[in-house]
Design a protein around this ligand. Structure first.
Ligand SMILES: [Zn+2]
Length: 580
């Protein structure tokens, strides 16, 4: 698969692709035109054939050939892949064969027929309609979310599907009917409000059924079937995707159940999704990470909700998304909150979401009545998980100023800081390695020092890339936060050797914001005439600054040997420069 994607990147010229929809004119190295994503008066949209990306300098829309097809044709990645593979003449190996495809088509057809049946039943059932009215769910919401009703009859759906000439054994494999001892079939869902569950492409793959009133079980969800893997489908994602992709940063809101998702969407929080009848899985986390930059976990405030939130944090932590946690006010869920306090209350809950470490710190504070040794040990545990220095310092400041006597503050601050850093060293995490782009940071070329931007701008040219590689792999060398973040990621991905081959092919190994940053640096006219000398000078400048910083740091401490060594290096650097 990865090889095929690279092959497609190598074969498709992004200028040709974009030109199918936008009139482009060559200006310098780039091509320019009117942005198709906003009402553009003067050309602010550029396509960079070198790095294989497009960018609007006005509305900020960016991406590569796959994003282009997904955005302009409004299709999911899998479909964009097929379209581009066809254009590039690349054969995709793991395409379903015709027989499998027709089987899936039949399964989806049966699911749609079942939905049609459930929707008809809802329009006939005053009990179900009354229930929805009481919960404040109106006609348009019912239509939008295709809600239905499974009558409490026993075999109503089975009879209907048989009449439509579908084999009930197949319907059974789709979790719609069950076989009894005498070989007859009865309905899986009876007397339940029905929620169709569509995957991100919009295919109807499962159902969730909620009992009307207080019966048990409260919810029944389809178990895994030939068309449904519950660990891979997020409820509401097909509806949320369009909204998520238009947000900056792209924000998804993770809820606990379908009524929560619907309530969020009604409240205008349209990036809401939920994992259904199952805890958040690694596949769910990957799905979220593919479509969003930030995930807000919006769970109930009760003990079960807090536990689920903790688990979700752990599952999402390895992914490249910014995490935030929002808990509902005690005793509320999004559905009840919407009814009691209106849409603003949900919006506020999402806006007030905190970082995972903040959420955990709150828990530690609440669970330790006595702010003694055990409390401070737990505090260190949590703060050691901070993703950058500023976050660590903020937490230390908060607990120290609130929970210690004035006279111990100085000592306590130092002591916590030391313990946190020791803890992280022992678990082999440095602040740098763990750095994640926080949405508040703008990854723009203007946030970089010119010397830093030079090193990034030379990436397309192989012999310059070789010179810059070592410096690019050393985050410490960079002065700006954006530069350090770029370097941290670059070092992680291209460990020992500079990347080989066309940049348009390997660039996508970096994250979206970093790819965009490369595009910006390469497109910047200040760095259009790079040569060896220029790149080496930039490395030299950054090295000198680093030595200065080290010197300042050591002067504060008193490591005189180290001090002499650095002063020597500085003199040597200066000597080299003067003799040049
Ligand atoms: Zn634009």
């Amino acid at each position: 698969m990865a090889g095929e994607i690279e092959e497609i990147r190598a074969r498709i010229n992004i200028v040709d692709l974009v030109s199918q929809r936008v009139q482009l004119k060559k200006t310098g190295k780039n091509y320019q035109g009117l942005c198709p994503f906003h009402d553009d008066k003067r050309p602010s949209f550029t396509v960079n054939p070198v790095v294989g990306r497009y960018r609007c300098w006005s509305c900020g829309e960016t991406g590569d050939i796959f994003n282009w097809v997904m955005k302009t044709q409004n299709v999911p990645f899998a479909e964009a892949l097929q379209l581009l593979a066809a254009q590039a003449g690349v054969e995709l190996t793991n395409r379903p064969n015709p027989q499998e495809r027709s089987e899936r088509a039949l399964h989806l057809e049966i699911m749609e027929e079942a939905l049609k049946f459930f929707r008809e039943q809802l329009s006939k059932s005053s009990t179900a309609q009354d229930y929805l009215t009481r919960r404040g769910i109106d006609e348009s919401t019912i239509a939008e979310w295709e809600l239905g009703y499974a009558p409490d009859v026993g075999e109503a759906l089975a009879v209907h599907l048989r009449k439509k000439a579908y084999a009930l054994s197949v319907c059974r494999s789709l979790f719609l009917v069950e076989e009894d001892a005498s070989g007859g079939y009865y309905d899986k869902f009876r007397g339940r409000l029905m929620f169709p569950i569509r995957d991100e492409r919009g295919d109807l793959v499962a159902f969730g059924g909620r009992v009307l009133g207080d019966g048990v079980p409260k919810y029944i969800n389809s178990s895994d079937t030939p068309v449904y893997r519950k660990s891979r489908v997020l409820y509401g994602l097909n509806r949320a995707l369009g909204h998520i992709s238009r947000m900056k940063p792209r924000q998804a809101v993770l809820c606990e159940g379908y009524l929560d998702v619907i309530a969020c969407h009604r409240a205008g929080v349209k990036g809401a999704v939920a994992s259904l009848g199952t805890a958040l899985s690694e596949d769910h986390a990957k799905l979220l990470a593919r479509w969003s930059d930030e995930v807000v976990i919006l769970y109930d405030a009760d003990a079960a909700g807090q536990k689920a939130a903790e688990r979700a944090i752990e599952v999402l932590r390895p992914e490249k998304v910014q995490l935030r946690v929002a808990l509902m006010p005690p005793g509320e869920d999004p559905d009840t909150l919407l009814r009691s306090q209106g849409p603003v209350a949900i919006e506020n809950a999402v806006k007030g979401a905190t970082l995972p470490t903040e959420f955990k710190l709150d828990q530690v504070i609440a669970s330790h009545a006595e702010k003694g040794q055990a409390f401070w040990a737990a505090v260190v545990d949590v703060i050691a998980q901070a993703s950058h220095i500023a976050e660590m310092e903020r937490h230390i400041e908060r607990v120290v100023s609130q929970y210690s006597g004035v006279e111990d503050q100085l000592y306590l601050r130092e002591s916590i800081r030391k313990q946190v850093l020791t803890r992280r060293r022992s678990t082999k995490q440095s602040m740098q390695e763990e750095y994640r782009p926080v949405p508040a940071i703008q990854f723009t070329v203007s946030a970089l020092q010119p010397a830093e931007a030079t090193l990034i701008a030379c990436l397309p040219t192989r012999h310059l890339r070789v010179i810059a590689h070592e410096a690019l792999s050393l985050p410490e060398l960079f002065l700006s936060e954006v530069g350090r973040a770029f370097s941290g990621e670059y070092a992680r991905i291209f460990e020992d050797n500079p990347p080989e081959g066309e940049i348009s092919v390997w660039l996508s190994r970096l994250s979206e914001p970093m790819q965009d940053l490369v595009d910006q640096c390469v497109s910047d006219p200040r760095f259009s005439q790079l040569d060896e000398r220029f790149v080496k000078d930039s490395v030299g400048k950054l090295e000198k600054e680093l030595q200065k910083r080290r010197l300042q740091f050591i002067k504060k401490g008193a490591d005189s040997d180290r001090l002499k060594q650095i002063e020597q290096t500085l003199r040597k650097l200066k000597g080299e420069r003067d003799s040049n």
